[in-house]
Design a protein around this ligand. Structure first.
Ligand code: IPM
Ligand code: MN
Length: 347
């Protein structure tokens, strides 16, 4: 029987609940689909940091590299560990070291979910550059704590990095409605963003069947609210994509529905699947986190592993559950209730 080895990193707060929910659903659908998932759970989290002084052991990356995929819940417990420490100790190094350069985030309304907008018929795929740009980590601070203190954070855009994410976006657009929005701020940022626009025009020549529209980040932010149905694939830099995908989550009804895949398209290292939401310390012990974003991320993992029919089965189960009004109102249904409903809908 085909067996996939999966690294589970539940992380902090609600990350633990939603990862468990997604895992149950994935095991059930694997059983039905005639393949197996062999999961190994790692306790790497802020609690682990408080115990050991690191978010993961020194050989953490080497350990993860052997898996077929990684399923992650959420990382962060800012009351105990600064986010800048926890995220740079676990989530961000995984994305970068494993060259998971394409962060894919689908934004559409599930049946029965009411978003805050009047328009319902939108289906947006955000493709966020995931390894460089504003998240490069280049910079530093000098004259710390003095009146002359300076903080520098340098965004780094490489031709290879910009070109590959755009190509990835064009391929996605080709398989969809053949529209690609390339997001910059080239009217204000005259080096990196003008460069991004240039690379977009060059790469576009190889995809003449895709209609390309350049947008400034501010304008597309407004468009996602006012005319989301006019957008198909959006390609954006790391920070711009981060911000736009929270807007995407908001218009699809909330962070409880926003799924994501950190993809290494060359498959030279494992890809990682995680809900867009964080650890939500405010509701962490209540058992009411919506597991749908995590389960949907699990479906994206199955798709990536080549188990397309199983992925579709999970999506159909999620949709039949929300269509019946389960998991559609924040805090109304418990994590376990929603998970049980998805499991029941599978059969
Ligand atoms: C996300 C998150 C992360 C990001 C944080 C937790 C570093 O907001 O996945 O969108 O900015 O990438
Ligand atoms: Mn974010």
């Amino acid at each position: 029987m085909k067996t996939y080895s999966i690294a589970l990193i539940p992380g902090d707060g609600v990350g633990k609940d939603v990862t468990e929910a997604a895992w149950q659903v994935l095991l059930a659908v694997a059983k039905r689909g005639g393949f197996a998932l062999d999961g190994t759970s790692f306790p790497w989290s802020c609690a682990y940091f408080l115990e050991t002084g690191a978010m993961m052991p020194p050989d953490g990356i080497a350990t993860l590299r052997k898996f077929d995929a990684i399923l992650l819940g959420a990382v962060g417990w800012p009351a105990e560990v600064p986010d800048s420490v926890s995220l740079h100790g676990l989530l961000l190094p995984i994305r970068k070291t494993f060259t998971q350069y394409a962060n894919i985030r689908p934004h559409r309304l599930l049946p029965g979910v009411e978003g805050p907008l009047r328009s319902e018929g939108f289906d947006i795929l955000c493709i966020r550059e995931n390894t460089e740009g504003e998240y490069s980590g280049a910079g530093g601070r000098v004259h710390s704590g003095t009146a002359n203190e300076v903080a520098i954070e340098t965004a780094i855009f490489t031709r290879a990095g910009v070109e590959r994410i755009l190509r990835f976006g064009f391929v996605q657009a080709r398989a969809r409605r053949k529209k690609l929005a390339s997001v910059t701020k080239s009217n204000a940022q005259k080096h990196s963003m003008v460069f991004w626009d240039e690379v977009t025009r060059e790469v576009a020549k190889d995809y003449p069947d895709v209609e390309v529209s350049p947008y400034h980040i501010d304008a597309i932010a407004a468009r996602m609210v006012l005319a989301p149905q006019s957008l198909d694939v959006i390609v954006a830099s790391n920070l711009f994509g981060d911000i736009l995908t929270d807007i995407g989550a908001a218009i699809q009804g909330g962070l409880g529905y926003a799924a994501s895949a950190n993809i290494n398209p060359d498959r030279s290292a494992p890809s990682m699947f995680e809900p867009v939401h964080g650890s939500a310390p405010d509701i962490a012990h209540l058992g009411i986190a919506n597991p749908i974003a995590a389960i949907w991320s699990g479906a994206m993992m199955l798709e990536h592993l080549g188990e397309g029919p199983a992925a579709s089965e999970v999506m159909s189960a999620i949709e039949s559950v929300t269509a019946r009004g389960i998991g559609t109102i924040a805090g109304k249904d418990r994590t376990k209730t929603i998970t049980q409903a998805v499991l029941a809908a599978l059969s």
